[in-house]
Each structure stands twice: as structure tokens, then as C-alpha cells.
Ligand binder design. Sequence first.
Ligand code: G1P
Ligand code: ZN
Length: 543
Amino acid sequence: MTVKTIATTPFDGQKPGTSGLRAKTRVFMQPHYLENFVQAVFDTVGPLKGKTLTLGGDGRYFNTEAIQTILKMAAANEAARVVVGRDGLLSTPAASAVIRNRKTDGGLILSASHNPGGEDGDFGIKYNIPAGGPAPESITGAIHVRTGEISEYRILEASDVNLSVEGETQLGSTIVEVIDPVAIYAELMRALFDFEAIRGLFASGFRMRFDAMHAVTGPYARAILEDTLGAPAGTVINAVPLPDFGGGHPDPNPVYAAGLMAEMFSDAAPEFGAASDGDGDRNMIVGRNTYVTPSDSLAVLAANAHLAPGYAGGIAGIARSMPTSRAADRVAAKLGVEAFATPTGWKFFGTLLDAGRVTICGEESAGTGSNHVREKDGLWAVLLWLNLLAVKKIPVADVMAEHWATYGRDYYSRHDYEEVDKTAAEGLMDDLRAALPDLAGREIDGLTITEADDFAYTDPVDGSRAEKQGIRIVFGDAARGVLRLSGTGTVGATLRVYLERFEPDPAKQGDDPQVALAQVSAAVQTLTGISDRLGRATPDVRT
Ligand code: G1P
Ligand code: ZN
């Protein structure tokens, strides 16, 4: 086995976005593209000599090839050990759990999350720090700089490692340790939740459907829900991870998990439904005839976390991404704990979690999690819901009605305009940004703007600063619109419009959210002219 030093030249645009480097799979498959980025990571966080890494991915097309390449590069860079999930699989939350449990010097996660996979789909890679979370911008920025100056990378000339069998293999001077991808994660879940109570719930005839969307959570959900908690076989559907996710779009929302939604709103609906995304960090929660928005789910989980043994002592604080609804803040106020609004992306929660300032975090984009790992965690949210349902013994619809009666309801919806012209989308944002100073006091479509700004954030723990994180148009306590451009897309631009309206009166909390939000949606439209400027009459996706 010889170490080869390969001459290379930089690729443009190897800039990690909201969550790592994402690009079309074919872009990643071209010679040197993956290698350049991986060597840039090693150069930035290394030297790798003597260090340990966690490695795994969501099983999408090119996952296995990329894992083999990274193993050979880690060996050539003299890593002491690489802990890798069997068959190259690790869900994102499980990877975070392994980094923490095995105390590795960080890890590499291969995933483009909820983006479609396959040869014509998307691929991605990100580096997570030893605390288990996504690298902060100071590190991703340095990696990006390094990708721009790279001239060579190192790789071991060796045959592929057998990843289908657990155990240790020597690769050069590096030990490759193949582990069960589920075990460490499953033990962590057992420590947090009342498995006896949940087992009792299933034993009483409670039915659920978990749609793993042919993505990485299938093996985790089967092992925990069916094999451990006694949910009947068949509770988990689309449970086998496929390289192209069965041709689907592995994003757990009412649009892409339409089959599950149809079942949950049918006469034969089970009591509870859930879905997770490509890499298992997102979740969707549905009760019989009841869709729970991610913003509401975050608030309900925070309000009821004390019902699970792992959080019985109460929570320290709650953090949400800024565009997430203000429902979580209302819970924090009632509990008398701190509430934080951070920029979009899980990496901004890390410092608050590490410092013990918050216990529960969430994003409107179907991400919820806690201090048990440093990633959002789809199955964790599902288990916390099951734990609270096992204690409360009432339907999901009643949980929501009770919650809104106590805190008021924040009607919420996100409207996405996908793959639009980048210049047009950036122009829209630039013009709106320029108009911000004159907006306060203006009345639009019957709503008065009280505040309008471009969200900037100073991390309360390390003082780091993030700017241009979304434009907020606030209509007093009543309503809010937020606009931002996605940082995870790979084609054109995606404009996200986040809409919310507060309704304290229980008699008025039963409306269709799109109807309840029509006025604020119209006001944002009037203010920005989205339809004309982007040439789209309606959004592509409403969640
Ligand atoms: C999206 C979500 C964001 C999430 C990220 C990674 O990023 O909006 O909340 O953290 O995916 O799952 P965006 O495409 O909006 O930049
Ligand atoms: Zn994801």
C-alpha cells in the first residue's frame, strides 16, 4: 500500500452553505472534486495524524464510493482510526451521537439531507466538530479558503474496505472500525424516554405509521419502534434505504409525504403518523386529521419535555431559528426560561447547547432536537411525542387544542418559490433591503408595519456575528412575514417566505392556516411583488 500525492487545481464554489457543501451528484463524481474538499477539511482541522474520525452517510447514490475514497484519504493523512457505520450508513443524528459517544475528533457526514438523490440528484458532505455539531462559520469559512488554494491531496493506493461486516481492518497505519449504525443511537434514546410507557401505549392498541421515505431512518425506526417498543410489524413503511430514495423527494412535509397525509386524513387513520428525511434529522408529525406544523411541534415538545425521564428536571431554555414561529417563545415565557432566536441552520444552536443555555431547539423546516446530540433529530422528536401521548392519553388533536387554548395559536406557513432566476431573486431581496429604513409606519392591505429589518445575530456565547440572515417585516404582535434565500439549493435560487399570525381567541383557532394567513400573505406580495418579479403566480410548495 503506497501513499500517492495527487496534483490538483481548485474548483470554484466549494463553499459550505446552510448545512455543508451541496452540489449535483455528477459534480461530486468528477475527478478530484470530493478529494479536494476532503483534503481541504483535513488541512483546516488537522493535521490528521493520530486523530480519530466518525464517518457515515445517508446511503444516497455515490455514498459508498465516497466513503471508500475518504477512508483511503484518511489513511494517507495518517488518521489513527475511522469509526464508520456498517455499509457506510449513519443518520445525521446518529453520526452526532457516535462522535460524542466515541469522543472522535469530529466526523464527516455524507448527505444532501432532504434533497433528492440519484445520479441526477444531489450529494453533499459536511464536517462536524468534536462536540458533535456542524462546524461553525469560522471553520467552514477556513475550509472554503483552503479549497481555493489547494494544489495536491493524499490518498492511499489500496483495495476497498469491506464495510458490510462489523469489526476492525487495518488500512495503512489507520484502523477502520465498522460499527452497527443503530446501537449507540438506540441506547441514547432508551436513556431519554420512558420506553415502558411507550411499550404500554402500543400494547393498548395505539396505532402509528412511520414513513421513512426510503431513506436512512428506516433501520433506526424499525429497530426502535417495532423491535424494541412493540409497534406492529409494518408500522414503519418505506423502511429500506435506497440510493435514489425510490425516486421520491425525501422531505417530510405534507407535499412530499402526500401518501402518509392521505392515510392520516382517511377514515382508517391510525392515531399517530410521522416521517423523516433523507438523513434522518427532520421530522413531520401528524395526528388523525391533524397536521402539526414544525413550529407548533417545537412549542408542544418544549412545554411537555418534563414528561420524559431525560428532561424530568425541566429545560434550561429554548432556541428557535428566527423564521420559526414565535410559539416557542410563549412557552419559554411561561416556563420562565430563556428564549433565543438564531439565524437559520443548526450550526447556530451549538454554542447555546454547549454552554447549557438551552435544552430544546427547533426550526420551522421540520427540525427539532435537544442537548442529547448537536444535530436536529427526527426520530427523537417522534419518540418525545410518543412519550407525551403515552402520559397524556389524549389524541394529537386534543394536545394541540389544549396547547393553543393555553398559549394562543400562531398560524404559520412557509411558501417556497423553488429554482427561480437567481438574479431576479437577489434583486428582489436587494430592493427590499434598500427600502427597509422607510417601511415602519406604512399600512399595506390593512396591516401596519411596526418594524422592518435585515436580521443580524451576535452569538451570546462566543460573540461571533452573522449578518443578512433574513428580512423581517413585522406587523406588531399580530403578524409577521420573513423573506430569505435558501442556502441549501443547487440550482438557481429558492425564495422562502415565512408567514405567521397570532390568534389568542380559542374560538378562532380552527381556521385553515392558508385562509388565516391570506391577509399577511397579500401584504407581503404587495410590498415585494414576488409574482411579477419571479414570474411565478403561486409558490411551488406551501408547508
Ligand atoms: C434549510 C432550512 C433550514 C435547515 C437547512 C438544513 O435551509 O430552511 O432551516 O437548517 O435546510 O436542513 P435553507 O435551504 O433554507 O438555507
Ligand atoms: Zn436532513
